[in-house]
Design a protein around this ligand. Structure first.
Ligand code: GLU
Length: 503
């Protein structure tokens, strides 16, 4: 809202010059805060960084930004690591991985920030601020009342050395603020093009070190990106507004900043903010609902550009290697990335098909189905032989998009006997049983021919016969064709089910 009101904020088209610049061995990082789960947006950021590093022989780093201890959620670091690994993202440096630039958790780097803040205090770019929470709240309320942008009035900037010494002596709590110069900083965003912005127009001097001795996100982020020799920062667009502030901090240190690229928002298919109501937002939810990692990765990368690929009927998913080699920052769209949930289902279907072409992956799928079936029908399970499960899987690829669908009520007939009580013409069914028993080739076509002949010679209307048979076989009123169902169940199972209704 306030961007529009600024005269010094502009975005110019992406420079063509940038496109021809070759980068060598980049060092990139994914820097989540451990405040809960990995969100789809976070996964996309991690993936794009990973692909960028992978395609250029660079290094992908995981850094945990836990400077806001009050928002820290127990167990979320492990959750993030698990989700990244599940998605196929391997980090070369990070917590638990080691690396020359560690520690990779910000709360373990407090001494580093303490040491660096001294440099800024020393060169006059930062100062101690003794304002109380109460005073800051009054300033805020005042600004709101007068319809001004709430910002710190930089009062402590002008404290004399004596004032500061006296306050320190008396043990008054303080934070350390950065002296924001009123300068229009600009940079070339790798995705959005030229960005220029004067932070001081909307913000008072920002806090770098809090009174509890912890750095703020902005300070720690800059110090770490510099010390970890990060060459490219690819992060969500919500951080774009902070980048010029970061550039001022780099300048105060006399450091060369990395290159920045901001990824557009991920939105629902109708352009609205991604919300739990319309789709899942946690990576974990997708995993728990039977989405395969490569399907989710292709889905996410398809929605925001950066690659050449198309997914559709008969098209396969891209591997992580292919995605990495195709990835180009200049191909990322700066428009919000719209998610299309149908595409996710299609991607997952393609992934099931891919698994069925690989012996080991097929074995794992079969075990997965066997487990699902035994969990769902602990007492009644009939046939979960490898052979049966495999033929069900082959048959199901155009019918399901998730493996769990196979234990939904409409496919219960594949595993258990229908529990319905049928009113049937017993002698007719006995005859039918005999004719099917004589059938040597128990395949869809031969079964169908046999049933047609049977209906003609026994003077029973074909649709009526099918309805009864379908019910006997599956307990359902609709579903795959009767002959198809019989082939799938096999001769033994089909005949057993017919026998069951005669008894
Ligand atoms: N810790 C920030 C986050 O949670 C990282 C922002 C950045 O990448 O600079 O998104």
């Amino acid at each position: 809202m306030w961007i529009k009101t600024l005269s010094c904020f502009f975005i110019s088209p992406r420079s063509t010059l940038y496109r021809s610049v070759k980068t060598i061995a980049p060092r990139v990082r994914f820097a989540p805060s451990p405040t809960g789960y990995l969100h789809l947006g976070g996964l996309r950021t991690a993936l794009y960084n990973y692909f960028y590093a992978k395609s250029r022989g660079g290094v992908f780093i995981l850094r945990i930004e836990d400077t806001d201890q009050s928002r820290k959620v127990e167990g979320s670091v492990q959750g993030l690591v698990n989700d990244l690994e599940w998605a196929g993202i391997e980090c070369k440096e990070g917590p638990g991985k080691g690396g020359l630039y560690g520690p990779y958790v910000q709360s373990e780097r407090l001494n580093i920030y303490q040491e660096h803040i001294k440099k800024l205090l020393h060169n006059g770019s930062a100062y101690k601020c003794f304002c109380t929470e109460r005073r800051l709240n009054i300033l805020k309320r005042d600004a709101v009342r007068h319809q001004r942008i709430p910002k710190y009035d930089n009062k402590c900037r002008s404290l004399s050395r004596e004032d500061v010494d006296a306050k320190m002596k008396s043990g008054t709590p303080y934070c350390i603020r950065f002296k924001l110069s009123s300068e229009c900083m600009s940079f070339e965003d790798m995705i959005f093009g030229g960005i220029a912005y004067d932070v001081s127009m909307v913000e008072g001097d920002p806090v770098l070190m809090k009174s509890d001795g912890y750095p703020t996100y902005h300070f720690a982020n800059v110090v770490d990106d510099h010390l970890m020799e990060i060459s490219h920062v690819l992060r969500g667009v919500e951080w774009q507004i902070s980048t010029t502030k970061h550039l001022l901090i780099y300048k105060a240190f006399g450091w060369t900043p990395p290159k920045f690229g901001h990824l557009p928002l991920i939105v629902n298919s109708d352009g609205t903010k991604l919300s739990k109501r319309q789709s899942d937002v946690k990576v974990e939810d997708y995993r728990n609902k039977g989405i395969f990692p490569l399907a989710l990765v292709n889905y996410i990368t398809l929605s925001g550009g950066g690659f050449d690929h198309v997914v559709g009927e008969g098209v396969r998913l891209k591997t992580m290697e292919e995605l990495a080699s195709e990835f180009q920052i200049r191909k990322i769209s700066s428009h919000p990335s719209r998610l299309n949930p149908d595409l996710l289902e299609e991607c997952n279907r393609l992934e099931i098909k891919r698994h069925l072409k690989d012996e080991n992956l097929t074995k794992a799928l079969i075990t997965n189905v066997q487990n699902l079936v035994t969990q769902k029908y602990p007492k009644e399970t009939l046939n979960i032989s490898e052979e049966h499960v495999k033929s069900v899987l082959d048959w199901s690829t155009s019918r399901i998009s998730r493996i769990d669908d196979l234990v939904s009520p409409k496919f219960a007939f594949l595993w258990i006997l229908p529990s319905n009580k049928l009113e049937i013409n017993r002698s007719l069914f006995e005859k039918l049983l005999n004719s099917l028993e004589d059938l040597e080739k128990f395949e869809q076509d031969t079964i169908k021919d046999n049933l047609r002949k049977f209906s003609d010679t026994n003077d029973v209307k074909f649709p009526v016969l099918m309805k009864m048979l379908r019910s006997a076989l599956s307990g359902l009123n609709e579903g795959p064709s009767v002959a198809e169902m019989m082939q799938l169940l096999g001769k033994y199972q089909s005949l057993e089910r017919i026998k069951a209704v005669i008894r």
